[in-house]
Design a protein around this ligand. Structure first.
Ligand code: DUC
Ligand code: ZN
Ligand code: ZN
Length: 451
């Protein structure tokens, strides 16, 4: 036995119980009362603390070329920040190049990630080109251990309706899962042009050019196709109330529609775009009105939101400043990878959700949905991805306490109740009382299978 975490309260997605947790060779080997350590076992006293499975952030963009620059957290900085927020598995989006197979796209990015990741990682491929034989490379990627893909309905790399249809059909044939960034591209472009021509250029018009119905219409269309083909669909970063209603309806009708939302949509409203630093909050989809924020929390409590992820895609202040006088020049995205688990656990600590729910949304469900069989629970046989959480710590987020390379955070000043004290990745301590203590290259590729 290498590690014994004694006297803590273990949380799974369905239970909370007192147990000691024994770890050997990176795996959880025993759960029980009064487990005795072997010689040389590192014993950690967790009395008064909670023992949680590490979170899985199923939505990040590390070192992503976007908006005329590259997101400011590379694979090391992003995974370092993840570890320090209790996230032990990170999914990154690989943007396929035209003419490139899905597996080649994964290998191209893996050459950058593998030597640098501080926690375990996997990928979704953002599909651009399925012409000719490339459509079949989806199946090859499934066999390679990357069974999840994403289509963007917006941006210059967004797909046409025909490509979206083809990808959904292929996914049904080979057991892949398709995620979708749902916003109506034509409406975004039309509204953007309109506001610019009227001289309405502040960050507020980022929201105005992508309001509730622009996202809701695309959610409904994507759901309609998934229903027509009877194919599972995963809606990423759901942020609007009518989209929530469409998800609830589809679930009630028995379709496999998964919905993810992000902490920024649960905390902020579009009012942030009226702030002096509003451009720092520019991401797509943008934060919406209060009714949407409430609808997302209600959906969490009803069980209609399946996962929480971050859409971590930070840009430095000087890059955000490019859009001071023109919102279209603001690179889209915010940092959040270090804040997700502490934010959701604080919501549990404050009584807004249960701790089991926080674990379900941030760890158990992403493991199940994306097929990471060794992750997502404190249970015998699972990887020893473990967070020791002190529910009594009061923590105010400030950028100087964060471990990302980004020079600011939209979470500045947010007060949290409870905070992770230690994070273990496969039994190795990677975060200890405020400090990153892991190492570059420790993280391993997680082969996924959703069949
Ligand atoms: N939205 C963002 O805000 N950033 C990266 C990509 C995306 O869809
Ligand atoms: Zn997106
Ligand atoms: Zn994204």
């Amino acid at each position: 036995m290498d590690l014994l975490i004694k006297g803590g309260t273990v949380v799974t997605d369905s239970h909370i119980f007192k147990a000691d947790v024994a770890v050997e060779n990176g795996k959880i080997t025993m759960l029980g009362q009064n487990i005795s350590p072997a010689d040389n076992t590192n014993v950690i006293d967790a009395s008064g603390k909670m023992v949680l499975p590490g979170a899985i952030d199923a939505h990040t963009h590390l070192a992503m070329p976007f908006g005329g620059t590259i997101s400011s957290d590379d694979y090391f900085a992003g995974t370092r920040a993840a570890a320090c927020g209790g996230t032990t598995t990170v999914f990154d989006f690989v943007l396929q190049d035209f003419g490139e197979t899905m597996v080649d796209a994964v290998k191209r990015r893996d050459a950058l990630c593998a030597p640098n990741a501080a926690v375990d990682y996997s990928y979704h491929v953002a599909v651009k080109d399925v012409s000719g034989d490339l459509i079949d490379s989806i199946e090859d990627a499934v066999k390679f251990g990357v069974p999840s893909f994403k289509v963007f309905m917006v941006y210059d790399f967004g797909v046409t309706d025909g490509v979206f249809y083809k990808v959904l059909k292929k996914a049904k044939e080979c057991g892949a899962l398709i995620g979708v960034h749902a916003e109506n591209n034509e409406l975004v472009n039309m509204l953007t042009e309109q506001y610019l021509s009227e001289g309405k250029t502040s960050a507020w018009y980022h929201y105005m050019s992508r309001p509730e119905f622009v996202e809701a219409e695309a959610d409904m269309r994507a759901i309609q196709w998934a229903k027509a083909l009877d194919t599972p669909l995963y809606i990423v970063h759901l942020a609007n109330k009518d989209g929530v209603a469409a998800v609830t309806k589809a679930k009630d009708e028995g379709y496999t529609i998964y919905a993810e939302t992000c902490p920024q949509y649960l905390e902020f409203t579009c009012d942030v775009y009226k702030r002096e630093d509003g451009r720092n909050f520019v991401c797509s989809p943008p934060m919406k009105g209060e009714a949407s924020r409430i609808a997302l929390w209600d959906a969490i409590n009803r069980g209609d939101i399946d996962t929480i992820a971050t859409d971590h895609c930070p840009f430095q202040s000087y890059e955000k400043d490019w859009g001071k006088d023109d919102f279209t020049k603001i690179p889209n995205g915010c940092a959040g990878i270090e804040n997700m688990y502490p934010y959701m656990l604080s919501a549990a600590n404050e009584g807004n959700i249960t701790f089991e729910k926080a674990v379900e949304l941030c760890s158990a469900n992403p493991a199940k949905i994306f097929g990471c069989k060794d992750k997502g629970a404190i249970a015998v046989g699972k990887d020893a991805d473990i967070v020791i959480y002190n529910p009594k710590t009061e923590f105010t987020i400030t950028n100087d306490k964060m471990h990302s390379d980004c020079d600011h955070t939209i979470w500045e000043g947010k007060k949290l109740f409870g905070y992770p004290e230690k994070t273990y990745s496969r039994g190795k301590l990677v975060f200890d009382n405020g400090d990153f203590v892991g190492e570059k290259g420790w993280g391993k590729f997680v082969k996924c299978s959703i069949k």
